[in-house]
Write a protein that binds this ligand. Structure first.
Ligand SMILES: Nc1ncnc2c1ncn2[C@@H]1O[C@H](COP(=O)(O)OP(=O)(O)OP(=O)(O)O)[C@@H](O)[C@H]1O
Ligand SMILES: [Mg+2]
Length: 668
């Protein structure tokens, strides 16, 4: 199997790029200036809806218009997986970043982790960002979206969009975005089936490219039979290529769209050689196609060349990018090919899905891997992939709807036999406040049939950022979470301590959470020094696991504890540190890994060797001026070191810093 080059970007990035790729111009394209004008008129109104059934030329029209326009265009081709608001907005932000560079860096951190519960804040930030730009956001295939949260947040964007922004939707059905109201206010441009139908002149132009010299009467007949339906015309054009007597051919067919499609596709397919026909059928199980993927699925080499051949033959194979070699079949054609596969090679379907699942899993593309594994009835395999990706998809990317969708297709008995899936459900229930279902899930974990622990488990988020990595520790931790809600400080502390004992040092997320629970319990029990120590460990762990917003919350709890201790100056300094950590949250974090060698339990940022030197001199009673002289640096530099020292030690002044450093055995 051909593998991506070492330097090539991961497939996930490549596939995201294909979603953001505006379909390229094709030589056979018929320009449609009358429709382009209608789109131009809509630019000032904020929302343009191009709505018609499959194959009416929506995508081709919008891509051609967008390419020839003056404004920067952000293009996003949606698919069913975008029904997760976290994923939807991540993709929209990526698309907008292409048109208005910098937006991704500035707005991206608002996507989490942790994921926002409402997307209004994110959309408001986007609106503010877009205020100074002119941008067109095209969302193709919007009919695949059914998630209410996506509709609502998009409606908010449309409603409050800045004057220079236009949202364009291509959809097979009307989206629930308050169209009637916008129509009444004159804030909507609509292009529908009637306008999208090819006029006789446009149809003639399209057919002319395929069958020059076709009598006018035949062209008119074809335009009438297909009722100006672009996909039908395209198929007719393809069919005409091989006909000796085009006029007779045209006269021979009549009927509905479905009939036209079946009839013409049959014609076109039959004309291909057996190898290409088999290839088209077998690869129709795929949503997207690339040479290496098709090789793996069919078990034969040479797919890249066959894809090129199919594209040149105009077989509804749409390139998804210019360089990396991804395509997809037009939906209409894919459906037809799948029906033929089912009819001619029903026994082959499962194996094709299995091969696809293996390829996608190997390339880290969970969604497709799970879909194909389920289609191959390999539910245990799908379950394993979900477990491995849960921490990444839920904790880091905040795509709860995606996890719910994955789990919804697994049989109940598969979930009940797998503690990690039960725990995944428990985490989601706990986070969304459905506490009553958590305990039964934890009980089910403890009753799960043995054997699951023999399977190797490698979370894609890495051990540091994984909850599911350690089933016993996580189960205990969640019991501690429930105890917190019962206001049972003793039990919370006991569960948290047990979870800490059960987790390994590298399991940062688990131990950071346990330390956080312990801190709350100690605080409730009035043991503020212990609470302080625990919360400091929690801050360190959350930060190392890469969760900056949660880190800031833990800082805030540290502030409260220091205030409760009566150390008000230290609390103010800690507040400042918390704010600083949020300001830097837009920048990439160092990868989570083992802590620095000089890590000291009780302080979050280790001291640099220079700071340690200054600290020793402070302890010896030297003045700033004396230290500057001794270290041969300026007074300002010494002051800076002292400021950092105080912040890191949570101390209000040099006396407190020295005392704290002694407490932590940093200095004798
Ligand atoms: N302007 C055009 N010139 C030439 N061919 C066109 C044109 N518009 C559409 N077609 C043909 O019709 C086919 C279907 O068009 P398109 O993919 O734009 O339909 P759609 O309405 O977006 O369908 P779907 O809802 O399935 O996405 C294209 O693959 C192309 O062959
Ligand atoms: Mg389309």
């Amino acid at each position: 199997m051909a593998e991506p080059l070492a330097a090539a970007p991961p497939e996930r990035d490549v596939l995201l790029a294909t979603k953001l790729h505006m379909p390229a111009a094709r030589p056979e394209l018929v320009p449609r200036p009358r429709l382009a004008e209608r789109l131009d008129e809509g630019l000032g109104l904020g929302l343009i809806l191009v709505c018609a059934p499959a194959g009416y030329g929506k995508t081709v029209l919008l891509a051609d218009w967008a390419r020839n326009g003056q404004r920067p265009v952000a293009w996003l081709s949606l698919d069913a997986a975008d029904n997760d608001p976290g994923r939807f907005w991540r993709h929209v932000v990526a698309a907008l970043d292409g048109a208005c560079p910098g937006i991704g860096e500035r707005v991206g951190p608002l996507l989490g982790p942790p994921a926002p519960t409402s997307f209004q804040g994110l959309v408001t930030a986007l609106i503010n960002e877009l205020a100074s730009d002119e941008a067109v956001l095209v969302l193709d295939d919007y009919h695949v979206i059914s998630a209410q949260q996506v509709h609502e947040s998009l409606a908010f964007l449309v409603e409050h969009r800045p004057a220079g922004t236009t949202v364009v939707l291509a959809s097979r059905s009307d989206p629930p975005l308050g169209l009637a109201r916008r129509r009444a206010r004159g804030q909507l441009t609509e292009i529908r089936e009637a306008e999208l139908r090819f006029t006789p002149a446009e149809a003639a132009a399209l057919l002319q490219r395929a069958a020059a010299g076709l009598p006018d009467a035949s062209m008119a007949a074809l335009a009438a039979r297909t009722e100006g339906w672009a996909a039908g015309l395209q198929l007719a054009a393809l069919s005409l290529r091989g006909q000796d007597d085009a006029a007779a051919f045209v006269a021979a067919f009549t009927g509905s769209h479905r009939y036209v499609l079946d009839y013409l596709a049959e014609e076109v397919l039959e004309r291909q050689d057996t190898q290409l026909r088999t290839f088209l059928r077998e690869t129709s199980v795929l949503e997207r196609l690339s040479g290496p993927l098709c090789d793996a699925v069919t078990g034969r080499e040479g797919s890249q060349a066959l894809l090129g051949q199919a594209e040149r033959a105009g077989l509804f194979l749409i390139p998804l990018d210019e360089v990396r070699g991804w395509w997809r079949y037009h939906h209409l054609f894919a459906g037809l090919l799948r029906a033929r596969l089912q009819e001619k090679q029903p026994g082959r379907v499962t194996q094709l899905h299995r091969n696809a699942a293996a390829w996608y899993e190997e390339h880290g593309l969970a969604d497709d891997a799970i879909g194909h594994a389920v289609a191959a009835s390999e539910t245990a395999w799908a379950a394993r992939i979900i477990e491995q990706h849960f921490d990444m998809v839920y904790n880091i990317r905040g795509e709860a709807a995606t996890i719910h969708r994955w789990l919804s297709v697994l049989p109940d008995e598969v979930i009940r036999s797998r503690p990690r899936l039960l725990l995944a459900q428990a985490i989601m229930a706990a986070t969304s406040g459905h506490l009553h279902v958590v305990e039964p899930l934890l009980d089910a974990v403890e009753c799960a049939p043995p054997g699951w622990s023999d399977e190797p488990f490698e979370p894609t988020a890495g051990a540091a950022a994984s909850f599911l990595i350690n089933v016993p520790a996580l189960t205990t931790l969640l019991r501690g979470y429930l105890a917190q809600f019962r206001d049972d400080a003793e039990a919370t502390a006991a569960f948290a301590a047990q979870a800490l004992a059960e987790s390994k040092p590298e399991e940062r997320l688990l131990s950071a959470t346990a330390h956080g629970f312990l801190a709350v319990a100690e605080w409730l029990r009035g043991r503020l020094t212990e609470a302080e120590r625990a919360i400091v460990s929690s801050v360190t762990g959350w930060r190392e696991a890469g969760h900056l917003t949660t880190t800031a919350w833990r800082w805030y709890e540290l502030v409260l504890i220091r205030r409760a201790q009566g150390r008000l100056d230290a609390a103010v300094l800690t507040c400042q540190r918390a704010l600083d950590s949020l300001v830097t949250s837009g920048r990439p974090l160092p990868a989570a890994g083992p802590g620095p060698d000089n890590a000291v339990p009780g302080i979050i940022d280790p001291l640099t060797s220079r700071e340690l030197e200054v600290l020793t001199m402070l302890a010896a009673g030297r003045s700033n001026q004396a230290i500057a002289g001794e270290l041969v640096v300026t007074l300002d530099t010494v002051k800076k070191h002292v400021g950092h020292l105080l912040g890191k030690l949570g101390a209000a002044n040099r006396t407190e810093a020295v005392a704290r450093a002694r407490e932590l055995s940093l200095i004798p």
